[in-house]
Ligand binder design. Structure first.
Ligand code: ADE
Length: 226
């Protein structure tokens, strides 16, 4: 079974609506949708926003449903100047940009005393995703930065991009990637660019719809090619 997560209802509603034989359950007070996409068993749910909510909820679902893999989808702000609104970025790896213990000599993003810094996508899932074309817009493979901050400042955006060589920024990917890594589960992170992380061109509602369509398309294609 594949666990498919997003942060917001709008990021997972289309996936939940596409399920065959759907069963709605509840976990930690949230709806969890069990069903099939084509012939593949999936669980779809919404983690809530930010690293803590997403990690604790993802871990709970891992304990409860023992998935074979985790896919996280939703929107991200661009860091890479070549990315346009509506483009898809599949994470080659992701990192917590606000894990900063540099004062004690650890590299930015390193969880102290662990091997965890750049958390890689599962190579097989990434290979499949590379071959998928989005319904509209372009597809990229890049590095996604995760932190508990919605970035709306061009200066901060450029500092983050430079410090960690990031291509996009969001608020849950690396925390769910950490849950996957600790539980030895394959992980893939797929985001649609909703803004340029500078507080301009915020057309969030429309981009949430584009993201939902991209997510459904990617998850469907991914599962079909497993
Ligand atoms: N998700 C979508 N856009 C974002 C941004 N600019 N910063 C953080 N998370 C985001």
């Amino acid at each position: 079974m594949t666990l498919v997560l997003g942060a917001l209802d709008r990021e997972v509603d289309a996936l939940a609506a596409a399920l065959g034989d759907p069963v709605e359950e509840s976990a930690l007070g949230r709806p969890v949708y069990r069903g099939r996409i084509d012939d593949h068993p999936v669980i779809v749910s919404r983690t809530g926003v930010g690293k803590s909510m997403s990690a604790l909820f993802a871990q709970h679902l891992v304990d409860r449903y023992a998935p074979k893999r985790i896919v996280f989808t939703g929107v991200a702000g661009s860091l890479n100047r070549g990315y346009e609104l509506g483009d898809v970025v599949v994470a080659r790896d992701c990192v917590q940009h606000d894990m900063d213990v540099t004062a004690m000599g650890f590299e930015l993003g390193r969880i102290p005393y662990t091997d965890y810094r750049f958390l890689p996508a599962d190579p097989a899932l990434l290979e499949i995703a590379r071959a998928i074309r989005p319904p509209r817009g372009r597809a990229h493979v890049g590095r996604i930065l995760t932190g508990d901050r919605f970035v709306t400042d061009a200066g901060l955006r450029d500092r983050l991009a430079a410090a960690l060589d990031g291509d996009a920024v969001e608020m849950e990917g690396a925390s769910v990637a950490l849950v996957a890594a600790v539980n030895a589960l394959p992980f893939l992170l797929i985001r649609t660019i909703s803004d340029h992380s500078d507080g301009t061109a915020l057309d969030f509602e429309r981009l949430l719809d584009v993201s939902a369509a991209n997510s459904l398309h990617y998850v469907r294609e991914l599962l079909a090619r497993l």
